[in-house]
Design a protein around this ligand. Structure first.
Ligand SMILES: *Cc1c(COP(=O)(O)O)cnc(C)c1O
Length: 376
């Protein structure tokens, strides 16, 4: 029996134009350090999302780090951050010696709970708030911005997963003072590894640009008055990004079709539900997630294992930061003020389904069959 074709969670999908931009980098011998592709990639992304300035970096994590630094976060500061997310959202807070305080999500959107945020504000005076748009779905930016604006606290949007999603008619990543995108291999578009920091505050981007290239003073003799980093995106990787921007809308359309197909396939199954979408805007459908009714007797891990047996990749929901050994001593605020966090329940009962735009209809049918069989 031949091994069935591997189905991936979310794999890279090249549009075809990437090679042309990479060739340009080779032809001009601008392989490194920077070059025309980097400048153009920044322009194209800034124009697409509607931000006035953009800085291309070698990861979304680096963009978050320099974003926090640009907001003046330093040792001893408090920074609020979404609790249900990937660790890269909050690790940079610790790079700067600040303390994260985690804010639970709300059941309606799986994103930051304004109620929990408001209670956290009663106890702390944070330097910044990091809001994640989880799995590509916009958070309640109107409510979150109102709470932060009233206290003069800047918002840094972790839009690593949500490039192309909009909220209140604006792109996620451009509602707060700063926004971050990731071009890691499994994101909606990829540069094989990369990130972008965007803002309408050009001075913040200029500052981050300075730090990202080793913080060299304007002198020939390698003088440094500040601590620098080597965080810039290469001209070759930026070429991949330029090709990927040409197919971003197509990727979103295909991710939406995957979500719609799952929704149709599981519509009659009362024991499973999909993650909420389009609650506050239009999501990009990066990953479609499944929540399993605890009464069903089927655990998310059973689903992940059954899929793995058929050579299909899926994975758990991000483990909330308030449950992480590294972060367990940090303060955290639940949605309803009780002991149990909404995010813990989502983590315990959910998983991410294959949401790969390279999947065929037949591949998707295989996923649906495996899941459906578990619940019959
Ligand atoms: C992927 C991701 C990041 C980090 O991006 P990298 O480019 O991998 O460094 C940050 N936050 C979230 C929510 C992510 O999913």
């Amino acid at each position: 029996m031949s091994e069935s074709k591997r189905v991936f969670l979310s794999s890279p999908s090249m549009g075809g134009g990437e090679q042309k931009y990479i060739a340009k980098a080779f032809d001009t011998n601008w392989i490194a350090p920077l070059g025309a592709n980097v400048d153009e990639f920044e322009d194209v992304v800034a124009r697409y999302v509607g931000a006035s300035s953009a800085l291309a970096l070698n990861s979304g994590t680096a963009a978050l780090h320099l974003g926090l630094k640009a907001l003046g976060v330093q040792r001893g500061d408090i920074v609020f951050c979404s609790d249900l997310t990937f660790a890269a959202s909050c690790n940079p807070i610790c790079y700067e010696g600040a303390t994260p305080v985690f804010i639970d999500c709300e059941p309606e959107s799986w994103n930051m709970s304004p109620a929990a945020l408001e209670r956290a504000f009663e106890d702390h005076d944070p330097k910044a708030v990091v809001v994640v748009h989880l799995y590509g779905e916009p958070a309640n930016m109107a409510a979150i911005k109102e709470l932060c604006d009233a206290r003069g606290v800047p918002v840094l949007e972790d839009a690593a997963e949500s490039l192309g999603a909009t909220v209140g008619g604006r792109h996620t990543g451009t509602v707060g003072m700063l926004g971050v995108y990731s071009f890691n291999g499994n994101k909606i578009i990829t540069t094989s590894g990369g990130g972008m920091l965007v803002s309408d505050e050009g001075v913040l981007i200029d500052k981050a640009r300075f730090w990202s290239t080793q913080a060299r003073d304007k002198a020939l003799h390698y003088q440094h008055s500040e601590l620098g980093y080597n965080y810039r995106l290469s001209n070759v990787c930026a070429g991949i990004g330029l090709g990927q921007m040409e197919v971003l809308e197509d990727h979103i359309a295909r991710k939406r079709a995957i979500r719609d197909a799952y929704a149709a396939a599981f519509a009659g199954n009362g024991q499973v539900a999909l993650n909420p979408v389009d609650v506050y805007g239009l999501g990009n459908r990066w990953l479609t997630c499944l929540s399993v009714d605890p009464q069903s007797g089927v655990a998310p891990l059973d689903v992940i294992e059954a899929l793995a047996k058929e050579n299909i990749e899926s994975r758990p929901i991000w483990k909330p930061m308030s449950l992480q050994p590294y972060y367990e001593k940090c303060p955290a605020y639940s949605h309803d003020g009780g002991e149990r966090f909404v995010g813990w329940r989502i983590f315990e009962h959910g998983l991410c389904l294959p949401s790969d735009i390279n999947m065929s209809e037949e591949d998707l049918g295989r996923v649906v069959d495996v899941v459906s069989r578990l619940f019959s």
